[in-house]
Design a protein around this ligand. Structure first.
Ligand code: PMP
Length: 406
């Protein structure tokens, strides 16, 4: 598929506002959705709308089959077993599921250590802070080097005695992608569990859970073409069998008596209540779409655009970037600031003037971003449907905005 063909599938790219197209460069926040995904969701609501696992009628059976198939599809997509796929609403829920399941299973004792890196999203900080505050667990941060890569020597030191290491597979701010093979060896070498925040990893890289050999991998469907409210936690079967559930209620049980219950088989033990059934239809369609495009095309296009954007930004004297300039060391994100204009003002003006959508602020990674600039930074992030023309349009609007207001 070429990029022009691909763009035909995304209705939002055809939207005209004030006579101008939308230039969407906020893909790290959420991706646009192709018509195949929108149609899959509509198909559920129009043709097969019923609850799953609860009815013997036609609609419920159809929806249940499709919902169960979505676990299989995700499993094949990330190279895991079907029982290892817990559908969630996003990465954040996946991280909380890990935290609460470990907590409910008395995995942590007072004084135990959890290690994260210095570039984490709030969803990989705040759940562990809760354990720190309520249960006396210590949270430690691995330092970043000057080029924003994770300091592996510091990881080797901090991992000593840790029970869990939770790392982002790709940063949503400074864009670096740690060498997860090395991280896995170091972490498991010390006997700690490894949790990977895959929110910015899975949409852009072909991930195989088995060879990654992490204990947990959380990601969001909505950042990879699927509807909002979709995501998955992939967890080693041995852990899901052993650990207590996070949410309790309908569907996650096998038998309920007045004072005790037994749990459903995997992965449903971890999926309480009515799930996002429509979302699971959309998630299947999104996976089909990504497979059709292929990670080679995704990677090629993202690298092309990121390289172009970095090269063009380097020519703007008042702009400073906070991400690796080598596109092989980063994940399609250009984090930057203008020394002349606050990030929020820049983002607002680009939107008002040219319908260009970029993000500004703390990017849910306040400890890191506020250290660089207390007022926040600006971010352009790419996906495979973006074009070189869009990058040029963004760069020339950026130059114009800075010269007008800066
Ligand atoms: N981790 C990273 C690295 C992210 O970029 C994001 C989303 N910005 C999240 C976690 C949280 O994802 P969600 O909001 O879908 O839970």
């Amino acid at each position: 598929m070429n990029i022009e063909e691909i763009r035909e599938d995304f209705p939002l790219l055809k939207r005209i506002e004030n006579g101008k197209k939308i230039t969407y460069l906020d893909n790290a926040a959420t991706s646009l959705k192709p018509k195949q995904v929108i149609e899959a969701v509509t198909h559920y609501y129009e043709k097969e709308c019923a609850n799953v696992h609860r009815g013997l009628h036609l609609l419920s059976e159809e929806a249940s089959i499709k919902y169960e198939e979505s676990h299989e599809k995700v499993a094949k997509f990330v190279g895991s077993k079907k029982e290892e796929v817990v559908l969630t609403k996003n990465t954040t829920e996946g991280m909380n599921l890990v935290m609460y399941s470990l907590l409910n299973s008395d995995f942590f004792k007072k004084g135990d250590k959890i290690v994260v890196s210095g570039m984490e999203h709030h969803s990989n900080i705040v759940p562990w802070q809760f354990l720190e505050r309520k249960h006396g667990v210590n949270l430690e941060y691995v330092e970043l080097l000057d080029n924003f890569e994770v300091d592996m020597d510091d990881l080797k030191e901090k991992v000593k005695g840790a029970k869990l290491v939770s790392f982002s597979g790709a940063s949503n701010t400074v864009a670096t992608t740690p060498d997860l093979k090395k991280v896995e060896k170091i972490v498991h070498g010390e006997g700690a569990l490894l949790c990977i925040d895959g929110a910015q990893l899975v949409p852009h890289h072909n991930v195989n859970f088995k060879s990654l050999n992490a204990d947990f991998l959380a990601f969001s469907g909505h950042k990879m073409l699927a509807p909002t409210g979709t995501g998955a936690l992939i967890a080693k079967k041995e852990h899901l069998e052993k650990f207590e559930p996070f949410l309790f209620g309908g569907d996650m049980i096998q038998e309920v008596e007045l004072h005790k219950s037994t749990w459903n088989s995997l992965p449903y033990k971890f999926e309480a209540g009515t799930p996002n059934i429509a979302g699971s239809y959309g998630l299947c369609a999104a996976i089909d779409y990504i497979k059709k495009v292929g990670y080679k095309t995704i990677d090629r296009q993202e690298k092309l655009l990121t390289k172009l954007c970095i090269e063009e930004m380097e020519k703007i004297p008042s702009v400073e970037m906070y991400c690796p300039k080598d596109v092989n060391k980063q994940g399609g994100i250009v984090m930057f600031e203008s020394k002349k204009l606050a990030a929020h003002e820049l983002a607002m003006t680009l939107s008002e003037m040219e319908n260009i959508c970029i993000r500004s602020g703390m990017h849910c990674a306040e400890p890191l971003v506020s250290k660089i600039n207390k007022e926040g930074l600006a971010r352009a992030s790419f996906y495979f449907y973006n074009t070189e023309e869009e990058v040029h349009k963004f760069i020339s609007a950026l130059k114009e905005t800075i010269s007008l207001l800066g």
